[in-house]
Design a protein around this ligand. Structure first.
Ligand SMILES: Nc1ncnc2c1ncn2[C@@H]1O[C@H](COP(=O)(O)OP(=O)(O)OP(=O)(O)O)[C@@H](O)[C@H]1O
Ligand SMILES: [Mg+2]
Length: 464
């Protein structure tokens, strides 16, 4: 437990000397470090001087009262857990205090055991929060901008925009085809932002039915519709102080767009069925692979919302528009897969690299990453050869627009299977044919038809 290594700091602010002194003693006996103060002014001074894990504030004190101290704490020490102590007649103020950010309240006369239990619960919470923050920091490192690969001019511009926009609060709209790295960029912006210790909450606006999307985003009150059995916090509230990533925003239904616009403009949301709005301070990043200009023209996307989200726009190019980056990406994915799978792949042969550079990459970087990953899993040698990649000669089986016919898909699959069987049986044709359930002569014909090369043989021939 934390307490054994380092005493947890607790602030006790109460003008009633007997309570203050006795309670301080009880806490010290339990191993806590306590700072007792007797009025609001002293309490404020104390919290400015150092952070406390838990602050116990009497609501009524001379000088400035507990509520003013609470405001001060939420402003300068948002991590501190505040428990209000209330006497008969100030219960309403305690409720008010909870709204302002206090975590809990207890009634006078204070039951010490009850108070100790509460303090321990809050300390546990503080501990978990700290752990969470640490995990989030580690996660941010993983999504650091240095993990986005690209050296082409257009990618350099993307990096520059990310660096410039990240520290601001401006909304960002990321556009680009599927698999071009939109989420990666969104996470990098978050990791570089001032609110990086907050959460990054992604939501896919196309995957949730319209009726649920609204309550998912803004929350709802119990009983506001048939299945609303209890209050639900919306993602806007959960992402407070962090980043909300609205993925596939181009698919968002019109009804929801109106509410989103209001949330963005007023920086507050109204949960379904609620009457008072909730303030939400967060960073918004949206992404889409749709052409929003066209969506606006055709009446499916609100123009005013577009301008609100697209304060800064980042467009990610297709992979085939930046082929010079392919070798860098290949090396990056080989390294990444090696690390993740404990493999020792050294890279790809020249033929393979040429083929990868020439390929259409309709699935963009995600497709390239998958191709490398799959090849590394099944490759026998240390260098990835054409057979491992599962392509035929220069893009032959590579699906091009409109050419993804069944025949070529079957052929590519057949080649992959035959290659694997051959490698598995050390190119022993009889064994391989038996394993595949075909005759030896059919196997020879397939090797020929499918253009399969024995790369070990070839390596020997080309060798010194
Ligand atoms: N520039 C890059 N450098 C390294 N890895 C990348 C790069 N761009 C994308 N990736 C990787 O490619 C995969 C797809 O990226 P991401 O999920 O960000 O794409 P997306 O644009 O959000 O795709 P979709 O529209 O399909 O959701 C991820 O595994 C990501 O890590
Ligand atoms: Mg995505």
């Amino acid at each position: 437990m934390v307490m054994a290594e380092q005493k947890s700091e607790i602030l006790v602010a109460d003008d009633e000397a007997t309570f203050r002194e006795t309670f301080t003693k009880v806490l010290e006996e339990e191993g806590f470090a306590v700072t007792p103060v007797c009025d609001g002014r002293e309490a404020t001074e104390a919290i400015l001087k150092q952070p406390y894990a838990v602050a116990i504030l009497d609501i009524q004190m001379p000088g400035s009262d507990g509520i003013s101290v609470l405001r001060e704490i939420t402003a300068v020490r948002p991590q501190t857990r505040v428990i209000m102590v209330t006497a008969y007649g100030t219960v309403e103020m305690a409720v008010e205090a909870i709204k302002l950010g206090a975590c809990d309240y207890v009634m006078k006369p204070v039951n010490f055991d009850e108070m100790l239990t509460k303090i321990r619960q809050h300390l546990r919470f503080v501990e978990l929060e700290a752990e969470n923050r640490k995990l989030r920091e580690e996660l941010n490192e993983r999504f650091d901008i240095s993990h986005i690969i690209g050296a082409t001019q257009v990618m350099k511009q993307v990096f520059e925009t990310i660096r410039k926009v990240a520290p601001t609060r401006s909304s960002v709209l990321i556009t680009g085809d599927s698999g071009t790295g939109k989420e990666l960029v969104a996470r990098a912006i978050h990791a570089l932002s001032a609110t990086s210790s907050g959460r990054f909450i992604p939501i896919n606006c196309s995957a949730i039915p319209e009726t649920l999307l609204e309550s998912e985003l803004f929350g709802h009150k119990r009983g506001s519709f048939t299945s609303a059995f209890e209050d639900k916090k919306g993602l806007f509230e959960t992402a407070r102080g962090g980043t909300l990533f609205l993925d596939e925003i181009g698919h968002m239904p019109m009804g929801c767009q109106v509410k989103l616009l209001r949330a963005v403009e007023q920086r507050q949301v109204l949960p379904v069925g609620a009457t008072t709005p909730i303030e939400v301070n967060l960073r918004l990043i949206a992404a889409t692979n749709r052409d929003l200009a066209k969506e606006i023209q055709e009446g499916r996307f609100r123009e005013d919302l577009f301008y609100r989200l697209n304060v800064v726009g980042i467009h990610l190019p297709l992979l085939r528009e930046r082929r010079e980056d392919i070798p860098l990406l290949v090396r990056h994915f080989v390294k990444k897969c090696n690390a993740e799978m404990g493999k020792h792949c050294t890279g790809v042969s020249d033929d393979v690299m040429q083929m990868l550079v020439d390929h259409e990459w309709r699935g963009n970087i995600r497709e390239l990453q998958n191709v490398i990953e799959r090849a590394i899993i099944f490759a026998e040698g240390e260098t990835l050869e054409l057979e491992d990649i599962g392509f035929t000669r220069a893009g032959e089986a590579a699906p091009r627009p409109g050419q993804e016919d069944l025949q070529s898909l079957v052929k590519a699959y057949e080649k992959e299977q035959v290659c694997r069987a051959l490698n598995q049986h050390d190119w022993d044709k009889t064994e391989t044919a038996r394993a595949l359930g075909i005759g030896v002569s059919s196997l020879y014909r397939k090797i020929d038809e499918l253009g399969i090369v024995n790369r070990r043989e070839r390596a020997r021939k080309n060798g010194p």
